[in-house]
Design a binder for this molecule. Structure first.
Ligand code: GUN
Length: 294
């Protein structure tokens, strides 16, 4: 039996259509539009591409989008001053500072400088803390995207054993918390694994739901999963391949073999990835509606 594909591209499209309809309705009411600002420092090619996609996606749903581009030599003080300026601009609902930042800038200081009310990336310690204690907050886009996929595909999570591979602040750690909360999806028994975990396969084989965010291409193989597990692949890697472009995109999971044993699986590309921008736009809309103001 081949696993059912969790189609993130399709769900992201639906989420964006819902956002677009809601934005149009809100604009009718008061003429303001939600406004998302992205700050990018330096020339990192992947960051330029991400920010351009976010900008385009925002415009497509009726969210105003501005990008502040700064050279790599920008000082921390200049960046913090810009954040102050945007924090104080009532016309802006969401502010993201694209990561990574150049080495001379303290990333934690920058994140903590963003107003928690505009932190649509959900990276500010206030938002992370509120998420951890189950209070309404901005939840970062990738974990929020995974939860949305589980919800829309009606994956049963209550009482299940969810194993999370990876403990990053952006993905593994928040997902382990969200999956353990008294929510639906959620209410799972969660195990978090990382580079120091002993005998990883003995744990992954216990997973009813396996969330893979380990950052290693095609790391998870069929012998590491239980039959009929739900497999969520958060990885994205460019690996050399005999294709026109000379590479292909793969996840943390060996899709060909794992999809023959799992019950549900997210493909890469087209799984979790497309959900990320959709959830960022959703957070911007929630901010506009002042859902989580402190
Ligand atoms: N760099 C890679 N992913 C992200 C993200 O989700 N937000 C920000 N701000 N930077 C990133």
């Amino acid at each position: 039996m081949i696993a059912k594909i969790i189609d993130g591209k399709l769900i992201a499209k639906k989420v964006k259509e819902e956002i677009k309809a809601e934005v149009a309705e809100l604009i009718d009411d008061n003429n303001d539009t939600p406004h998302l600002v992205a700050i990018i420092v330096g020339e990192d090619a992947a960051s330029q591409t991400y920010v351009a996609s976010k900008e385009k996606a925002a415009r497509n749903v009726g969210i105003t989008s501005s990008v502040y581009r700064y050279p790599a030599e920008t000082t921390e003080e200049e960046l913090l001053n810009t954040i102050d300026f945007i924090n104080n601009d009532d016309e802006v609902n969401g502010l993201i500072v694209q990561l990574p930042l150049p080495d001379h800038i303290n990333v934690n200081k920058v994140i903590e400088h963003i107003s928690p009310d505009k932190d649509v990336d959900g990276f500010h310690p206030i938002n992370v803390g509120k998420m951890a204690i189950g209070q309404p907050s901005f939840i970062s886009a990738t974990p929020a995207g995974v939860m949305e996929l589980l919800k829309r595909y009606k994956v049963e999570t209550e009482g299940k054993h969810c194993v999370v591979l990876g403990r990053s602040n952006i993905v593994g750690s928040p997902l382990s918390i969200l999956m353990s909360k008294k929510t639906n999806p959620g209410n799972a028994t969660v195990t978090i694994c990382h580079s120091k975990t002993h005998d990883l396969p003995s744990i992954t084989k216990q997973a009813d739901i396996l969330i893979c965010a380990i950052g290693s291409p095609e790391f998870v193989t069929a012998d590491m999963i239980k039959k009929d597990a739900v497999v969520i692949d958060v990885g994205i890697h460019r690996v050399p391949a005999d294709t026109e472009k000379g590479y292909k995109i793969v996840g943390d999971v060996n899709f060909d073999e794992v999809s023959r044993k799992a019950s549900f699986i997210t493909p890469v590309p087209g799984g979790v990835g497309p959900m990320t921008i959709a959830m960022l736009l959703k957070n911007t809309l929630l901010s506009f509606k002042k859902e989580f103001n402190q």
